[in-house]
Design a protein around this ligand. Structure first.
Ligand code: APR
Ligand code: PHB
Length: 394
């Protein structure tokens, strides 16, 4: 490909945040280039979460990438909460005046976005190594990178950091201009994907003295399960039989009896973290998605927060290019963070209430028990969970 000298919006990172932004901008005639460090095969093979709020699903539709989601995605009107041997259904739709969630894997969302970028001849430069950002505090920012052994530079009006938690964008902001807030949890999630029918029709979030577990799915024939596990656990020590045995021991007996076992397609351990960087703007650089914030997966908010950031940011950029109105850009950080912190609170709360924290002692354990009893007996508490789970308004 010929070296591109400049574009309007230069997006670092070709995950869901970066691709969705480039797609929304392109549909409004705004040029962008996406720089992605990894190969496309690598990006498309990552297994991530799979629950979309209505706002996120609507944004994908607005970006012209909703067709396969609407055909293959599963609309869920409820979730189940298991406490020990008890199983309680929360009717999300009834508790929220009709709102639902869409179960559709992030892997599929990313594939749909790449297909749409290709169909519109969108420029996504993959295997862009050593990306470095320059001139962020000037009105002519740029990024340099190595592609096929050649150093290239692209200038832009704005640079958008969509390069995830380990990306270069956030680290390009001087440390004294950022505040970082972080909580690292003393456990991880061991995930298993298998081509077996799910144990239940809806997702089951299960609290048990031995640890949390989650029954999720990708389709009527593909299941995704997770187990809370110690951080020093090794995937190699978990053969499939051990995983299924531990899962079934943590679920209510009636549910365990419905678990179909099968060979795993993928198994991996992910640490749990809450993290927010403030503000989301430094000069001409804006941060979005995992580059700016991380939530533990318990509330299924990671991809949904990326979507709401991109909603605020795409609207702001479109206003800038259409009418020279910069109010959205000026207020992006404040607007996005207001929603981010509420989702951080919810994800932290879901994590705290459902996982085992033996190191916290007896009082904390009783508080957690009381919290769960309250949740399962109070329509107000259930309405609050449901309101957050289906997604707060943009
Ligand atoms: N240069 C270019 N690209 C980079 C760099 C870099 N230095 N560092 C990372 N990247 C790429 C990664 O390879 C990845 O493809 O940026 C992309 C970031 O994608 P994600 O991590 O998926 O982040 P985001 O697009 O914000 O999506 C958020 O992903 O992790 C989940 O829970 C999260 O579901 C949420 C979603
Ligand atoms: C998933 O299916 O991967 C999943 C679902 C819900 C969560 C987290 C992960 O809260």
């Amino acid at each position: 490909m010929a070296a591109l000298a400049s574009t309007s919006v230069l997006i670092i990172g070709g995950g869901p945040s970066g691709l969705l932004l480039s797609q929304l901008l392109h549909r409004q005639g705004i040029a962008s280039v996406v720089l992605e460090r990894r190969s496309r095969d690598h990006v498309l093979s990552r297994i991530r979460a799979g629950v979309l709020e209505q706002g996120a699903a609507d944004l994908l539709r607005a970006a012209g990438v909703g067709a396969r989601m609407d055909r293959d995605g599963l609309v869920h009107e409820g979730i189940e909460i298991a406490v020990g041997d008890r199983l309680h259904r929360l009717d999300l739709a009834a508790l929220t005046g009709g709102k639902t969630v869409m179960v559709y894997g992030q892997t599929e969302v990313t594939a749909d976005l790449y297909a749409a970028r290709d169909a519109m001849d969108g420029v996504v430069i993959d295997e862009a190594e050593g990306v470095a950002l320059h001139g962020l505090e000037t009105d002519a920012p740029s990024a340099s990178f190595l592609k096929d052994g050649t150093r290239q530079t692209i200038r832009a009006d704005f640079i958008i950091g969509c390069d995830g938690f380990h990306g270069v964008s956030r680290r390009s902001i001087p440390a004294d201009r950022l505040s970082l807030f972080e909580l690292v949890y003393p456990f991880g999630w061991l995930g298993l994907l298998a081509d077996v029918p799910p144990a239940a029709d809806e997702l089951v979030y299960a609290s048990h003295p031995d640890g949390f577990s989650l029954c999720s799915m990708r389709s009527p024939t593909r299941s995704r399960y997770y187990l809370q596990c110690p951080l020093d656990e090794k995937v190699a020590d978990w053969d499939d039989d051990r995983f299924w045995d531990v899962l079934c021991a943590r679920l209510p007996a009636e549910l365990a009896a419905r678990v179909t076992r099968g060979p795993s397609i993928e198994k991996s351990i992910a640490p749990l973290r809450s993290f927010v960087a403030e503000p989301l703007r430094h000069g001409r650089l804006f941060l979005a998605g995992d580059a700016a914030h991380i939530v533990p997966p318990t509330g299924a908010k990671g991809l949904n927060l990326a979507a709401s950031d991109i909603h605020y940011l795409s609207t702001a950029l479109i206003d800038h290019y259409r009418s020279g109105d910069d109010e959205g850009l000026e207020r992006y950080s404040e607007r996005a963070l207001a929603r981010v912190w509420k989702a951080e609170r919810f994800s932290w709360w879901m994590t705290s209430v459902l996982h085992s924290f033996p190191e916290k002692g007896g009082f904390a354990a009783r508080m957690q028990q009381a919290e769960l009893e309250y949740l399962l007996s109070s329509p107000a508490a259930q309405a609050s969970l449901a309101e957050n789970y289906v997604g707060l308004p943009y």
